[in-house]
Design a protein around this ligand. Structure first.
Ligand SMILES: Nc1ncnc2c1ncn2[C@@H]1O[C@H](COP(=O)(O)OP(=O)(O)OP(=O)(O)O)[C@@H](O)[C@H]1O
Length: 258
């Protein structure tokens, strides 16, 4: 028996000054699904994440999360209820160390005040530090612990950003091009990390690297001109003529990226 949808998107549209960027999107996401979202530049993928994360309100339609209407719920409340996104560009505090960035996320999660950053001491907050150590160990990033973020490579910074998203223990994690700008080794690390995430976590991944997204997703959504062109099983989507047509002349032929 299929589980109840964790997200229900019903008739969602978004216009900017008369331009219809997203048109009548309707689909459900079930708990634990891995949804890959692809589409050419400008198809509306990031705008769609903005609507899911509460960074923008839809012009039409509704979004339900765990059965509750969240269409007008602001982003910080959605994040608190477990819908967390990462961005195409890093959102880290680059003057701080990896550990300090992680502690900041964990202290917020533990409800330890909204002071944007207060230096915490290991002796005084052992459980906070232990949690940070565990996360860095689990994801093989111990060596980065005390490095200042700005000293890391772009790909390493993106790895840390994803780690921070995971540290919040989200129910739904929205990843926006998680491997963009990464080396092959860094990409492999991220793919491996995403594969190891708990099965109960619902993942949505916007990704231009077709090998990555087809390798991770158990369902694909193809956006084109603000509409769902094709949706479904990755194997069928990969071989769909309409999908191949929109990728012809672009970075890759879908059938060649297996
Ligand atoms: N605030 C805005 N005002 C006006 N137009 C916007 C705004 N935000 C996005 N757009 C337009 O909406 C369209 C979709 O943009 P969006 O960033 O969602 O596409 P995308 O599929 O994520 O593209 P990419 O793969 O290049 O990131 C683009 O034509 C963009 O210029």
């Amino acid at each position: 028996m299929k589980s109840e949808p964790i997200l229900q998107v019903d008739g969602v549209a978004k216009s900017f000054g008369g331009l219809n960027i997203l048109k009548n999107l309707t689909f459900d996401v079930r708990k634990g699904e891995r949804i890959g979202i692809i589409g050419p530049n400008g198809a509306g993928k990031t705008t769609f994440y903005n609507l899911l994360a509460g960074d923008l309100d839809p012009s039409k339609g509704t979004i339900h999360y765990c059965g509750k209407n969240i269409t007008s719920m602001p982003n910080y409340k959605r994040a608190r209820t477990g819908i967390v996104r990462t961005f195409q560009k890093n959102n880290l505090l680059t003057e701080l160390t990896v550990l300090e960035n992680l502690l900041l996320v964990l202290q917020r999660k533990e409800g330890m005040g909204h002071i944007w950053f207060k230096r915490r001491h290991r002796k005084k907050y052992p459980s906070l530090f232990q949690k940070a150590d565990e996360l860095l160990h689990t994801w093989g990033l111990e060596q980065q612990t005390n490095k200042v973020v700005k000293s890391l490579s772009y790909g390493e910074q993106r790895q840390i950003e994803i780690l921070l998203g995971i540290a919040t223990e989200p129910n739904v994690l929205l990843l926006d091009e998680p491997t963009a700008g990464m080396s092959q080794a860094e990409t492999d690390y991220i793919v491996d990390l995403l594969r190891k995430l708990p099965k109960s976590l619902t993942l949505m991944i916007i990704e231009h690297d077709l090998d990555v997204v087809f390798g991770l997703a158990d369902r694909m959504i193809v956006l084109y001109n603000g509409e769902i062109l094709v949706e479904g099983d990755p194997h069928l989507v990969r071989n769909d003529k309409r999908v191949n047509d929109i990728y012809i002349g672009q970075e890759a032929d879908l059938s060649a990226s297996s």
